[in-house]
Design a protein around this ligand. Structure first.
Ligand SMILES: Nc1ncnc2c1ncn2[C@@H]1O[C@H](COP(=O)(O)OP(=O)(O)OP(=O)(O)O)[C@@H](O)[C@H]1O
Length: 465
């Protein structure tokens, strides 16, 4: 076979594929593929993005496999090379599911086993998501300040006054992305630094495991060896006193020894109910920066960038429509792109305004807002004409006790929080009090029709918030 014969063979594959899929699908998903090489029975296809690769594998694997086997031979294996839009460009080879049984996973998950059992200083996987870097983080009015502080910290970790650096903001506004970008940049500039990204949830699981296994000292010693510690979603520590205590000691040790701390949260430090005051105070020592909801201009820029990076093409009016109608979270924008591509492919429709309108409408209608403890407290207090602060006092007045019990009952039924956490967030009570409240309200509901009606009224108001 001549050196470039694989190109001719791939063109023969394209002819077959073209006869088997709608024209639009062919143009979108097969024209951008570049046959890189065919060696040792392995055909390497270059695809424009990870998203592209995943979509091909999910939707067209059988067609691809059959066609390639027919044209290149039965024993042919398929590998993908994903173009990474970076400077300099690099290609990441990925086996196809048909060519290898190796599971393909772009994001490595941290497990409790990753904690060394002894405090030896060993090579450390920072558990960063390398796709979340400064190059892919699009700047706009809503994140300008946070981004520039992040860059300053990345250039000089622990040498600026931004220590700790505390990012807060609503879901999907880019906190995790920016925190990872700092870590990734620091690893590029200072490869010897021990950088670690960990979610607050995983930190807590690791801590609990260490208590169970009697290895808490190892746990603490390990965290004290970190140069740049990034903890995501720190609000998860609310109500878990022992984890907070341990984190307090780690925080102090790192800060005193000139190490950088980066924390993210869904709310500002002052609003972190159930968090020890001494921790909240420390969170405010350095820089507290809010990531606001993206403006429409930023949403357009993010969409354009994402579409380009995924190797896709959307008409400008579609981009404008999505950006103007999906407002809160960047994650939602990304979901809509995937949904539009899936619909366009499955129903053989062009990506046009009509399709975008249909999908955006569907997504925004289906979006039932998550109920938070704050919503519950506000709704219950409004119903009983109480000040929200009354819930958190030690008052034993009948109406306050009942409002508190209803709030606990609703929190148990409408949120995923544990009873311990609900207790800490509603009146700073323990989990037994929450269980007692839930039992009392359930029983009252059974015996009193008027109470049942009142409870329903509160729940309806809660859902309308
Ligand atoms: N300014 C931005 N530029 C590019 N991508 C962004 C930007 N902001 C957010 N994103 C993307 O949106 C998605 C959600 O962002 P991220 O996970 O960082 O949000 P978050 O604020 O941490 O949300 P949560 O609190 O729910 O974890 C990610 O894929 C991220 O890359």
């Amino acid at each position: 076979m001549s050196k470039n014969n694989h190109v001719g063979l791939w063109n023969a594959c394209l002819d077959i594929i073209r006869d088997n899929v709608p024209e639009q699908t062919y143009k979108t998903w097969f024209c951008p593929i570049v046959p890189l090489k065919f060696e040792d029975d392995t055909l390497v296809l270059q695809v424009p993005s990870q998203f592209f690769y995943e979509f091909l594998e999910e939707k067209f694997l059988d067609l691809l496999r059959q066609t390639i086997h027919k044209v290149f031979g039965e024993r042919t294996k398929l590998m993908y090379s994903v173009m990474v839009v970076k400077n300099p460009p690099t290609a990441v080879p990925l086996p196809t599911h048909s060519g290898s049984s190796t599971p393909v996973s772009a994001v490595r998950k941290t497990t409790t086993k990753d904690i060394p059992q002894t405090p030896q200083i060993t090579e450390l996987d920072p558990h960063l998501n390398r796709d979340y870097n400064f190059e892919t983080f699009i700047e706009g009015e809503s994140n300008k300040l946070s981004r520039s502080v992040a860059e300053a910290v990345a250039l000089n970790p622990a040498k600026t006054i931004f220590n700790p650096l505390f990012f807060y903001g609503a879901s999907g506004v880019g906190k995790t992305h920016l925190a990872n970008a700092i870590g990734t940049k620091i690893k590029e500039l200072y490869p010897e630094k021990r950088v670690l990204y960990v979610s607050a949830h995983l930190f807590q699981v690791q801590y609990t495991d260490s208590v169970r296994n009697n290895t808490t000292n190892d746990f603490i010693n390990f965290y004290q060896t970190i140069d740049v510690l990034i903890i995501d979603d720190i609000q998860e520590f609310a109500g878990v006193t022992k984890t907070q205590n341990t984190f307090f000691h780690i925080f102090n040790h790192l800060h005193q020894n000139g190490k950088q701390l980066i924390l993210t949260s869904d709310r500002a430090p002052v609003l972190l109910q159930g968090m020890e005051e001494r921790l909240v105070t420390r969170f405010k020592w350095g820089m507290v920066a809010e990531l606001e909801k993206p403006t429409v201009e930023l949403r357009k820029d993010i969409l354009r960038n994402k579409i380009r990076r995924d190797g896709l093409q959307f008409p400008p009016e579609v981009i404008n429509y999505i950006a103007e109608n999906v407002s809160d979270s960047v994650r939602d924008l990304e979901g809509i792109i995937i949904s539009i591509m899936a619909h366009s492919t499955i129903y053989n429709k062009d990506v046009d305004l009509e399709l975008a309108q249909r999908i955006v409408r569907k997504v925004t209608q289906n979006e039932s807002k998550a109920i938070t403890i704050d919503n519950i407290i506000n709704t219950v207090c409004k119903h009983f004409d109480l000040d929200t602060s009354a819930i958190h006092t030690k008052s034993r007045k009948r109406e306050v006790v009942q409002a508190r019990q209803i709030a606990m009952y609703l929190a148990k039924n409408h949120t995923d929080f544990s009873t311990a956490k609900i207790g800490s967030l509603i009146g700073n009570k323990d989990h037994a009090t929450v269980l007692h409240a839930c039992k009392t309200i359930s029983e009252l509901k059974e015996v009193s029709k008027s109470f049942q009606a009142e409870l329903e009224e509160i729940q309806t108001a809660l859902k309308q918030q």
